[in-house]
Ligand binder design. Structure first.
Ligand SMILES: Nc1ncnc2c1ncn2[C@@H]1O[C@H](COP(=O)(O)OP(=O)(O)O)[C@@H](O)[C@H]1O
Ligand SMILES: N[C@@H](CCC(=O)OP(=O)(O)O)C(=O)O
Length: 271
């Protein structure tokens, strides 16, 4: 019989990895942009790259950043207004990343994707070729959904809906060993700890059960996906024989501990 902690220790192969950072990490609950976190994330990812890992970043936060820029208190419900905010925020988000990574002399490249890309062989191959070329040149690709054009129509799905799903698909399609998700919470809990004070953290998940899904209700103030979409992302990845780790984004250097085999947050890994 193997102890859970022993299984967790085995999850140490992270040659190529995808990091996903949620809006809740990029933008504070007060609505302020969290510049220090973006800086520390840039430093950590540069360190990983220098240590020989191939790093791909999937970032949310375009709309959250734009709300702060435009001094709008609440995410609008009208789609064109959300599209406009995404356009405004995405360019500023990339400006922040460019400046942060430049400080560490790390080049980055922006990749904006829609759901269509993954159902069209040619577009998918073009995307993968560009990402491979960036990685070969030690550049970190920074991916977000192209929210300006990814609007679903009745008969056609253009959008992923959330970046947890996008990050999981990117992990699989780029052949990365796993995905590390940075959110505003230390781990997956038995229930939403903001609602249920008795909720317990879960260090290892080998299967997404109905019980786990029932306990994953609600999201942070600006996050769109919530915990449920993280569980669907983990389920997808485990079905592809890949792993996912969920950690708190408040200390991005934790990523280095994970690739060094330490147990932090929640590890999702099939048996
Ligand atoms: N079982 C659970 N364990 C942990 N967090 C949960 C759970 N159920 C719901 N949540 C909520 O999910 C939030 C994280 O998801 P989300 O707001 O989408 O973050 P992000 O913007 O990082 O993607 C937490 O802040 C918490 O409120
Ligand atoms: N593409 C959107 C993020 C959508 C999203 O999934 O947000 P989150 O739940 O914070 O990961 C943006 O950049 O604002």
């Amino acid at each position: 019989m193997q102890l859970a902690s022993e299984k967790i220790q085995q999850a140490d192969h992270w040659q190529r990895l995808v990091i996903k950072v949620g809006t809740s990490t990029i933008v504070e609950a007060s609505g302020e942009i969290n510049y220090p976190i973006i800086n520390r994330l840039s430093q950590t990812l540069t360190q990983l790259r220098k240590d020989g890992h191939e790093v791909i970043l999937v970032t949310s936060g375009a709309i959250g950043v734009a709300l702060q820029q435009m001094k709008i208190a609440k995410r609008p419900t009208a789609i064109p207004e959300q599209q406009a905010l995404a356009a405004i925020g995405q360019s500023y988000l990339m400006a922040i990343y460019n400046q942060s990574f430049a400080f560490y002399q790390q080049h980055v490249g922006q990749v904006l994707l829609t759901y269509d890309v993954f159902s069209n062989k040619q577009m998918l191959s073009n995307t993968i070729n560009a990402i491979e070329s960036m990685l070969a040149q030690n550049v970190i690709p920074i991916i977000n959904e192209n929210d300006v054009i990814a609007v679903d129509e009745l008969e056609h799905q253009h959008s992923f809906g959330d970046n947890d799903r996008l990050a999981a698909i990117v992990t699989h399609e780029t052949g990365a060993e796993g995905l590390i998700v940075l959110s505003d919470i230390n781990a997956l809990y038995t229930a939403n700890p903001y609602v249920d004070p008795m909720a317990e953290p879960i260090p290892l998940v080998t299967r997404i059960t109905e019980e786990l899904l029932a306990g994953a209700v609600g999201s942070s103030q600006l996050g769109t996906g919530g915990m449920a979409t993280k569980l669907y992302a983990a389920d997808y990845l485990m079905s592809k024989n890949r792993k996912m780790v969920l950690i708190n984004g408040d200390n991005p250097a934790t990523i280095l501990d994970i690739v060094n085999g330490q147990q932090v947050g929640t590890l999702f890994k099939g048996e």
